[in-house]
Design a protein around this ligand. Sequence first.
Ligand code: P1T
Length: 380
Amino acid sequence: MGFATKAIHVGQEPDPLTGSVTVPLYQTSTFAQEAIGKHKGYEYARTQNPTRSAWERNMAALEDGTDAISFASGMAAIDAIARLFDAGDHVLLAEDMYGGTFRLFDTVLSRHGLRFDTVDMRDLDAVRRALRLDTKLLLTETPTNPLMTISDIAALAEIAHSSGALLAVDNTFASPYFQRPLQLGADIVVHSATKYLGGHSDLVHGVVVVRSEELAERLHFIQNAVGAVPGPFDCWLLLRSVKTLALRMEQHQRNALAIAQLCSSHPAVERVYYPGLPSHPQHELAARQMSGFSGMVSIELGSRQKADRFIAGLRIVTLAESLGGVESLVCHPATMTHASIPEEVRLARGITDGLVRLSIGIEDSADLVEDVRDALDNCR
Ligand code: P1T
């Protein structure tokens, strides 16, 4: 079955009771039981909810996994992955990733005894050197937020497995439409479903997908025991959103390429980060492991003053955190999404005061090109 067919039909079969072609919204906290210990498989909505189960079945199919486990946010999903491990275990994190993920390990999980190091996941020798006997997990993002670096998923899976560790990939930027890490050897995929999966900037949600029954069982246990579960309405919205994921991703990509090309030839831009450009240092790897390059473009303008002028000059693209929605957004990573990273670390990684990140939406391409061109002209 093709991706778009799966997105529309898996877990989304007509309701056997009424024929409703959309999955019913079970907005309930609990389920009536016939007698003590006699029920229809649903007891309490933290543990199971039929709308949530339908969404998890759908998501498992989209990532070519066997099971999905959903959470109240992307951060809750990443936290659940970390809870698979014990105090004293060691995790290798990608150097360049969402600031909130770094903050979770740095300020919360490390207090509970989980140890971690960061490493440039592009450098496979550095990854091998950073492995320790007690390393249990490699967690990478690809493309990364906000510098669009690419991790070689198959190579990292081999390195992780050769030392008995698991590989988890945050697939938020690519979406399962353009990249399926489980097929490339990863053990765990995680998404901030707030982004492309939700697609309309109207919900916060996270989801983990696996292909091992044992991992699925342990993650469902954590989901229920910790309780960072999503509400059924958000799961219902996601079932609706993914029906158009394939169409949306094509348009995100088309528009992003147009913007990346414009920025590449505009004198106000010092550097463009977009894996779909042949000039991206890892374009070949991206083309090998992704079927498209998604809708995120970062640009280096050289100074905070120019970034301010660029952002002030935009009329359609809105200044806001987040990404992956139908509307184009712009963000200043240094003061917004990556503000929790110490300044010297941030600057060393290239997240400068002149870096601006664009989440290119699905508006008319010509309108976006005009908006970004005018704003770039404004900041010279
Ligand atoms: O916001 P939340 O749904 O909890 O997801 C966290 C998260 C995880 N992984 C990646 C790659 C992310 O980009 C995010 C959230 N990112 C933003 C809010 C942002 O603007 O980059």
